[in-house]
Design a protein around this ligand. Structure first.
Ligand code: F0G
Length: 460
């Protein structure tokens, strides 16, 4: 039996009150936060789409696991569960628990990075690039051409350009390539999936040159959904088998458990090679914790082990990808310009096209973020010139490639009526587009300005 409505395949056992607010109150809250939603208090927000990271609702099974957590310093039962869960999923024998994804990145890239080394990715996530560059190495992004154009259709827009990969290895020399990092799904490129064929091609190139191949696997289950439904020969495989096949192509993985492991904190590094694992484990013990807990409590490790099973449930993944797509399709029907097709964890709005009257120097993405908050208490994230813009020697803005606003969907948190409320808000914003002001920055820190910059509206 096929139903038109994809229902949430869970019912609600515990609720968290959302504090509703009036537009008048939000005007004051946003002014107090100096027009930067990162500076809002979370109880001033009605629907929080800032990130899908660490914002999942845990299941009753995971909470039961929390109660079972074994907090022994060494060799805890909860560690054995996590280690087995990661080994079963990835096939990698050496597992290191960390407090989140970037800590796992630090363990690996501080060992294999350094001046002269080059890292190549479909797109490095910000913290990945930062860890690589902090070691003195260089990070290069080579998504396929389709991935650089918001409205070009392609089933696997997250793919890596393998011809460029060959060329870069030839140019820099295989010995100078620190690693090739495939990010699944490609978060910075719009949450777009990577095909198995592409992962296999990347794997073969790496193998033939003796280059290390690492998966950034934090959304590997969502990626598996797209492979099963879009790539030939995968319709009869389970999501878990698809993920296992992808892991088998690489030499190791980094995972932020805050995404597809359905927990609020945690991560791990897993590797095939013993020598490299011994080096990384030394950094683990110095910076995170002893090797059988890393940066985690026993209860966290239980919850991750359970989440890694739950995320591959077919009904869950169907609901997850369909519900993200639902928001994207409704917005597209209304003519909201978007990155298309819709990815796994978020909808990315093209704010430059939505607010053509706001020049890039006045941050159309920041304007949309502020309007969504003022109108309806929705918190979203600018991914444009506030986040990635640079200033040249004459003090002029060098804009980012795109002015996007990300609506990231926390896992198992919001129901369809919450999402319909977001859709309705856009319907209203469309009718009053020309009223949205541009913004100017009145304070910015030297690094990562989007977190703490202060703004004011430009009076027209
Ligand atoms: N890799 C990818 C692809 C990510 O999206 C993130 C985090 C990380 C690594 C780092 O993991 O946060 O656990 O240290 N992405 C979050 C986001 C912050 O909002 O997209 P972490």
């Amino acid at each position: 039996m096929h139903h038109k409505t994809t229902i949430e395949p869970f019912r609600i056992k515990v609720v968290e009150q959302i504090r509703l607010s009036s537009e008048e109150e939000r005007l004051q809250y946003l002014a107090d936060a100096q027009y930067n939603p990162f500076l809002l208090k979370s109880n001033q927000v009605i629907i929080d789409l800032l990130t899908d990271s660490g914002t999942s609702a845990m299941s009753s099974e995971q909470w039961a696991g929390v109660m079972r957590g074994d907090e022994s310093y060494a060799g805890a039962v909860s560690w054995q569960r996590l280690e087995n869960a990661v080994k079963d999923l990835t096939g990698y024998p050496y597992v290191m628990p960390t407090h989140q994804g970037r800590a796992a990145e630090h363990l690996l890239y501080s060992r294999i990075g350094g001046p002269g080394k080059v890292f190549i990715s479909n797109t490095h996530f910000d913290t990945t690039r930062a860890n690589i560059e902090f070691s003195g190495a260089t990070a290069i992004d080579i998504p396929i051409e389709e991935g650089r154009h918001p409205d070009w259709d392609h089933p696997f827009k997250g793919n890596m350009d393998t011809a460029r990969l060959e060329a870069l290895i030839a140019e820099h020399g295989a010995a100078n390539i620190g690693a090739v990092v495939l990010t699944v799904t490609n978060n910075s490129g719009g949450g777009q999936p990577v095909s198995m064929a592409n992962a296999r091609a990347v794997s073969e190139i790496c193998r033939s040159h003796g280059v290390l191949f690492i998966l950034d696997a934090c959304r590997v289950a969502e990626n598996a959904y797209f492979i099963r439904h879009r790539e030939e020969d995968y319709a009869d495989k389970s999501y878990r088998q698809i993920a296992q096949e992808m892991f088998s192509l690489a030499d190791g993985c980094i995972m932020s458990a805050k995404k597809d492991a359905l927990v609020n904190m945690g991560g791990f590094l897993a590797l095939k090679d013993l020598d490299l694992a011994v080096q990384c484990r030394t950094v683990l013990i110095i910076t995170e914790g002893y090797s059988t807990y890393g940066g985690l409590s026993g209860r966290d490790m239980e919850a991750i082990a359970i989440g890694l099973e739950e995320v591959f449930d077919a009904d869950y993944l169907h609901y997850r990808i369909k519900s993200t797509g639902y928001l994207g399709e409704k917005l597209r029907e209304m003519g909201v310009p978007l990155i298309w097709p819709i990815g796994g964890h978020a909808v990315y709005v093209d704010a430059k096209a939505f607010y053509p009257h706001i020049p890039v120097e006045q941050f159309p993405g920041q304007s949309l973020v502020c309007e969504l908050y003022l109108k309806a208490g929705i918190r979203s994230c600018e991914i444009g010139s506030v986040m990635f813009g640079k200033t040249d020697a004459d003090g002029q803005l060098v804009p980012a490639a795109m002015e996007l606003v990300r609506l990231a969907i926390p896992r198992r948190v919001y129901t369809q009526s919450h999402i319909d409320y977001v859709v309705e808000t856009f319907r209203e914003l469309i009718t009053e587009k020309e009223k949205a002001p541009g913004y100017r920055i009145v304070y910015e820190p030297p690094f990562l300005r989007h977190f703490t910059a202060r703004f004011e509206p430009v009076k027209g």
